[in-house]
Design a binder for this molecule. Sequence first.
Ligand code: GRF
Length: 199
Amino acid sequence: MAVRIAVLASGGGTNLQALIDFLAARGELAAGEVVLVAANREQAEALGRARAAAIPAAAFGADDDGSALLALLREHAIDLVVLAGYLKRIPPAVTRAFHGRIINIHPGLLPDFGGAGMYGSKVHTAVIESGARSTGVTAHFVDDEFDHGPVIAQWRVAVKDGDTAESLAQRVLEVEHLVYPRVVDMVAALNGRDFFADY
Ligand code: GRF
C-alpha cells in the first residue's frame, strides 16, 4: 500500500505541484501518494493546487504546541510529512511523533545559508553577497531546529557572473523540482523504517 503523504505549505506550492505530477507520472511504481495538503494560511496557493488535483486541502492554526497539526495528521492517517515552502517551525510534539518521517527542501547548501529567517530570496541574496561561486538545494530530515536535521541529498548549482537573487532563485527552484519529488519517493520507499535514529 502506498505511503500516505501530507504536504505542508505556506505559499505558492510549486514543489507540491512537481511532486503531484511526478507521482502521477510514476503511476503504480510510486511509493507514496499525496493524500493531504495542509497550510497555515487560508490564502496559500498550494491549497488551490491541491483542490485542482482532488486532494483534500486544509488550513490549520500553526501557532500552538502542535496539537492542531498532530490531530490533522492523525485524522488522515499520515505516514510521511513533506514540507514544501512551509515557513513555520514544526513543534517538538510533532517532530517526536513523526521522527524520521518529516522532510524539507531548502534552497541552499546546508548548513550554509540556513536557519531561522533564511528563506526565499533572503537565501539567494545572502549567497550572492557572500561571493560564493556555488549554491544548491538540500533535502533533509526535520528536527526541532530550522534547517538542521540530517541531510538526505544535495545538488550543487553554480552562481554565474551577473546573477541576481531572482535569476539564481529561478535556477535553484528548477533543480528543487527535479530533486525533491525523487527524494520524497525514495523516503516513501523506506516505508516508515527509521534509519536515522541518531538525531
Ligand atoms: C522553495 O524554494 C523551497 O526550497 C523553500 O520554499 C520554497 C517553496 O516554493 N522551502 P514553493 O512554494 O514550492 O513554490
